[in-house]
Design a protein around this ligand. Structure first.
Ligand code: GLC
Length: 746
């Protein structure tokens, strides 16, 4: 530890967003820093692995590196820290960044799958274990949670999101960052989180990644910003700017976002890192004429650290010398970066001793991964209660499909440090389950989910014909979702639907398990199968989780965090749509096949519908079946009229009317019937997971304060308005007991 840095850790402050007194040590360091050293702290370097490049060694010694991304070999990370602490002039330790998105070595369900659990505790646990495991590699900063509202399943990064709804995304995004950061950043195993991608990245045109976003401010404030505001209020250590162009101003050069909203309006105290070379890309956008101007726009907008590109190192000195960038701005950025390093305890202990942390992939971590996968799976269909399968009545099971035994594909996207050798697949888990109970005929059929090779169809058909049930495990390989992996059609890839047709023709009932990184258009598949279990990409323990669900050792409880369209042409389709002046109704809907010949132009429904597809989704937001049934009765509201500032208490009697135990996610939705701007036909305002034994009942109570009904009005003021409200309480966005109340100011 260099002599000029005191050893006493000043008073503990955890979250950068708390008004933490800047410790004297940081003040003295900042005062000593040269301009080059300050700009060095604002620069994140891409670690190119071993041996450490001479350029990186020298850069660290010269104080030109504040952070390294993508180095996760512990001995190398400790050497990088040693170089910084013992061989640079001021000995400032490094932030070591890594995308720890849904696991490090133990891989949990993809975030969209975790969102289907509607369980903040589960999401928090997964993030906590991810942090513990990442910390064993010296990682102290993850680029998660990704809390972009995602309403376009063509977009590959919907897999990485927490779905379409601002409230669910806010609750689960906060849980995730709390899991990463723990209750104290400086504790062993806590790592800094990063709210990304600020903002509006999920609204890219045509669902193509990186594409233009045009989002009116009112929509931005009411839909896309709330999860980021929740993360800022919850103390997320950092933000990341998006790649995308927001209304003509790319996020990575957008002062309205990074300074006016984030700092001035929200009073956020943490720092903002750019996305990978997103500052340099300001020239590609045609927003800056060269890298020097890009550095100016980004720094001036409030981007504190540059990820991987070097426009700050190359051009900030001259911009400061020219007086175009104020030194106060640089000091402010550097101070926030030093503040986080201090809060992480890096000045006191920059080196990692993995023996002080749990061993990755230990049995507890794997059990939690299995439990998370169980909670994430969504039962979409279960005709004649074919599930759970009973081993008493099964003699032969056909297991068919390219994803039944693929330890890599079940992990999903963004799994840099996951190792498929630890995966437990469906085939291995079901073989264990059925050992000594029933025979298994396994036919992979196609090499990949994208394959059109029907060579092994005959074998698969014979296997199914000889079986009591055909378990088809199909879907998307993980490479078909994630960053830059977008699809214009979102059906089952390759010849998987043809395989279903051939298996269905045998008459053997089909249980379809789908692994995918997005909703899929499976409308034509549904009539051919008896049951559908949507498993997303379930992670390391996906096999045992799915097997337990299929054979009744666990029960499905997941609910969709995103709407499933019937056809891609319906996109964007999401539950919280506006009513429009001519809303779609059953009466108005006319299918094109039913249009009389020579119908006059004004003869059809005159409503917001398509001619070739019903206006409803295939499966709505919040939908998910169970092995039992739940009833909602006796809805009670504490008020029919209430004033601003009061709280409405809502309760309902939930009963498990079936003969098996289950867990229901009760969802509370409202509709503000009239607003100073148009309001969604429904908005999720609360939810609760309730475990109920068969035949038992429980009152489920929600407290709905009037400030939860606030929205940004046409003057961009956050206000709750008086008027009539409808309310629903049920197990899905399209069902539930309905009530109403009024907010009055008389
Ligand atoms: C990527 C992603 C971002 C990620 C970063 C570092 O391009 O957009 O989410 O954290 O680069 O890998």
């Amino acid at each position: 530890m260099p002599s000029n840095i005191s050893n006493e850790a000043p008073s503990e402050m955890n979250s950068p967003t708390a008004t933490s007194a800047k410790p004297d040590m940081l003040i003295s360091i900042l005062a000593r820093m040269t301009m080059e050293e300050k700009i060095g702290q604002m620069s994140q370097y891409f670690g190119h692995g071993e041996p450490i490049s001479e350029h990186l060694v020298q850069s660290i010694r010269q104080g030109r590196v504040g952070s390294v991304i993508n180095e996760v070999r512990l001995h190398t990370v400790n050497e990088l820290q040693r170089l910084a602490v013992e061989e640079s002039r001021l000995g400032i330790p490094l932030l070591i960044g890594r995308d720890v998105i849904h696991g490090f070595n133990t891989i949990f369900p993809i975030p969209l799958g975790q969102a289907a659990s509607w369980c903040a505790e589960t999401v928090k646990q997964c993030a906590h274990i991810s942090a513990l495991e990442a910390a064993t590699a010296g990682v102290n900063w993850t680029f998660a949670p990704m809390i972009d509202i995602s309403r376009d399943p063509r977009w590959g990064r919907i897999a990485e999101s927490l779905g379409e709804d601002p409230y669910l995304c806010s609750v689960l995004g906060v849980a995730m960052l709390q899991g990463f950061q723990g209750d104290e950043l400086r504790k062993n195993g806590s790592i800094a989180a990063c709210a990304k991608h600020f903002a509006g990245y999920g609204a890219g045109e045509s669902g193509r990644d990186y594409s233009t976003t045009n989002i009116p401010e009112n929509e931005l404030r009411n839909v896309y910003l709330p999860p980021f505001k929740a993360a800022a209020d919850a103390g997320v250590a950092t933000f990341m700017s998006a790649f995308s162009d927001l209304n003509g101003v790319p996020a990575s050069g957008n002062k309205w976002l990074m300074t006016e909203i984030l700092r001035e309006e929200w009073d956020y105290k943490g720092f903002v890192v750019s996305d990978w070379e997103s500052i340099q890309q300001l020239t590609t956008h045609g927003f800056s004429k060269d890298n020097k101007n890009a550095a100016y726009e980004a720094s001036n907008s409030g981007i504190d650290m540059e990820m991987v590109s070097s426009t700050y190192l190359d051009h900030l000195p001259e911009l400061i010398a020219e007086g175009r960038i104020d030194i106060q701005q640089i000091d402010s950025a550097v101070n926030k970066i030093l503040q986080l390093k201090w809060q992480l305890g890096l000045f006191d202990s920059p080196y990692t001793d993995a023996s002080l942390l749990p061993t990755p992939l230990n049995s507890q971590h794997l059990q939690i991964a299995k439990d998370a996968a169980i909670k994430s799976c969504v039962l979409l269909k279960n005709d004649k209660n074919i599930l759970p399968l009973s081993t008493e009545s099964l003699h032969c099971v056909a297991i068919i499909g390219p994803l039944a035994d693929d330890p890599y594909e079940q992990l999903g996207t963004w799994i840099f440090d996951g190792d498929s050798q630890h995966s437990q697949t469906c085939l291995t888990a079901i073989e264990q389950e059925l050992s000594g109970k029933a025979n298994i005929n396994y036919v992979k059929t196609m090499e990949t989910s994208r394959s059109y090779d029907q060579t092994n169809f005959k074998q698969a058909v014979e296997s199914a014909a000889a079986a009591d049930v055909a378990l088809l495990i199909l879907g998307e390989e993980s490479i078909l979702s994630g960053e830059a992996h977008c699809r214009a059609e979102i059906g089952l890839p390759g010849c998987q639907e043809q395989l279903i047709d051939r298996i269905a023709a045998t008459g053997t009932p089909i249980v379809l398990v789908i692994m995918a990184g997005r909703p899929l258009t499976i409308e034509t598949v549904l009539p051919k199968v008896a049951a559908v279990l949507f498993a997303w990409h379930p992670g390391t323990m996906g096999g045992p989780a799915i097997s337990d669900l299929l054979f009744g050792k666990a029960f499905p409880s997941g609910k969709l965090p995103v709407t499933f369209p019937r056809k891609i042409g319906q996109v964007p389709i999401y539950y919280a749509q506006k009513h429009s002046g001519k809303p779609a109704t059953e009466a108005a809907f006319v299918h094109m096949d039913d249009i009389p010949v020579h119908s006059p132009q004004t003869s059809l429904g005159m409503a917001a519908t398509h001619l070739d597809t019903h206006f409803s989704p295939l499966f709505p937001f919040g939908f998910g079946l169970a092995y039992t049934q739940f009833s909602y009765r006796n809805l009670e509201l504490s008020h029919t009229t209430l004033h601003i500032g009061e709280t409405l208490t809502v309760r309902v009697l939930l009963t498990n009317t079936g003969d098996t135990d289950g867990e229901e996610i009760a969802q509370l939705y409202i509709r503000d019937l009239v607003g100073s701007v148009t309001r969604p036909v429904k908005e999720l305002k609360d939810f609760k997971r309730i475990k109920l034994a068969a035949g038992t009942s429980k009152w489920v109570t929600f407290e709905l304060s009037t400030d939860k009904l606030a929205f940004y009005d046409r003057n961009m003021q956050l206000k709750t308005e008086t008027g009539q409200f409808h309310l629903w309480l049920g197990g899905c966005s399209q069902s539930g007991m309905q009530g109403e109340f009024e907010i009055t100011d008389d």
